[in-house]
Design a protein around this ligand. Structure first.
Ligand code: SAM
Ligand code: SF4
Length: 366
């Protein structure tokens, strides 16, 4: 409950949740190794997916509890038929200030304009490599050219700046960092490097495979000179102070002092940097080495209607029976409030207690 008496999705640590990430499908047209099994993926039966009307209802109830930002994800959201119709419905809900979408870009060339027209304003396109061969090794599918076409279509449709998400994996994507830096400098593109998280389908994740944000920054600085944090200040109170002791032992202490800015928007997971000459911007999402749990404002719903209060949550709340039964909106609101109250302080990746969730990323919604 806020001071004004309005109910909010506030957890026991005082974090207010205004950001709902909605998975619209668990299906996908590629098979990134860090997210999905290579073959024989068991997808949800179609009737298990929330309908557009059910999603709309969840969002309206969420808005009454303070949700004002949405992100559509999956699986690959663009394989969900008629997605622009859903975007339009959600964009029309009073109280929604922002709708974003995360996509692998393969179907974007066909849909970018329709999505824009429907009210989508923010788009993140996932592309882990500029080398087509490395793209293939990551995704285990073809499609690199289609992603590039999708990026161009997004630009043409008016999405600006284009944001690319690049998962960074040790032993695989190091050589992509500098070319991505070049791309950020030469085009109006923000490249956001994401640390590889333990959410793969085959439980192959190992800490040794995480290419840490500070290492990425060091490579970029070696190639292009210093980068400065945007709207940030190096401070003792950095979110990095939350990260586990394991991590601290892995980082060069000198790097720690110079590479740990706080972003002005303390809720944003990406730490943004710009090149000193003002040409180009990059982001680092240090989910493993510098968890941003302390400022987390995210709530999630899976494609089959399970509320998740954390990406790494081991428990979830199934609201599909409520949506498909005779439950009043208030019962669904109570389920949302209870899920948030049960939220833990952090995901504990950096502790021995960490347990990887049963659901891999594609079935949670990244
Ligand atoms: N299919 C869409 C896409 O790839 O953009 C949306 C869903 S995907 C699960 C959302 C984001 O999560 C993508 O940027 C993807 O690269 C990222 N992701 C998936 N598995 C990950 C992992 N194990 N660690 C870090 N990021 C991951
Ligand atoms: Fe599909 Fe996105 Fe997962 Fe890659 S990261 S397999 S594109 S859902």
């Amino acid at each position: 409950m806020s001071e004004s008496g309005v109910r909010t999705l506030t957890d026991t640590f005082g974090r207010i949740h205004n950001n709902l990430r909605i998975s619209v499908t668990d299906r996908c047209n590629i098979r990134c190794f860090y997210c999905m099994p290579a073959d024989d993926v068991q997808f949800l039966p179609r009737e298990d997916l929330l309908t557009f009307e059910e999603i709309e209802r969840v969002v309206r109830i969420g808005v009454s509890l303070g949700i004002n930002r949405l992100r559509l994800t999956g699986g690959e959201p663009l394989v969900r038929r008629d997605l622009p119709i859903l975007v339009r419905k959600l964009a029309q809900i009073p109280g929604i200030l922002d709708i974003g979408l995360t996509t692998n870009g393969i179907l974007l060339a066909e849909q970018a304009q329709q999505l824009r027209d429907a009210g989508l304003r923010r788009l993140n396109i996932s592309l882990d490599a500029l080398d087509p061969e490395v793209f293939r090794r990551v995704t285990r599918r073809d499609g690199y050219e289609k992603v590039l076409e999708g990026i161009e279509a997004a630009r043409a449709a008016g999405f600006s700046p284009i944001k690319l998400n690049a998962v960074s994996v040790r032993g695989l994507t190091e050589d992509q960092i500098v070319p991505f830096g070049q791309l950020a400098r030469e085009t109006h593109t923000i490249v956001r490097f994401i640390e590889f998280m333990p959410l793969d389908a085959d439980s192959q994740w190992q800490r040794e495979k995480v290419l840490f944000a500070h290492e990425i920054l060091e490579r970029l600085q070696a190639a292009f000179g210093p980068l400065r944090p945007i709207e940030s200040a190096v401070a003792e109170d950095s979110m990095a102070a939350d990260s586990g002791s394991l991590l601290e032992s892995q980082k060069p202490s000198q790097a720690r002092a110079s590479l740990l800015p706080i972003v002005a928007d303390s809720k944003a997971p990406a730490q943004d940097f710009e090149f000193l000459d003002g040409r180009g911007r990059i982001g680092l999402i240090a989910s493993v080495s510098q968890p941003f749990c302390r400022s987390c404002n995210r709530f999630r719903i899976t494609a089959d209607g399970k509320l998740r209060n954390c990406l790494f949550s081991l428990e979830e709340t199934d609201i599909r029976p409520l949506l498909r039964g005779v439950a009043e909106d208030e019962a669904i609101a109570q389920a949302m409030l209870a899920s948030i109250v049960a939220k833990k302080e952090g995901h504990e990746i950096n502790t021995a207690k960490f347990l990887q969730p049963d659901r891999p990323m594609y079935s949670i919604g990244g």
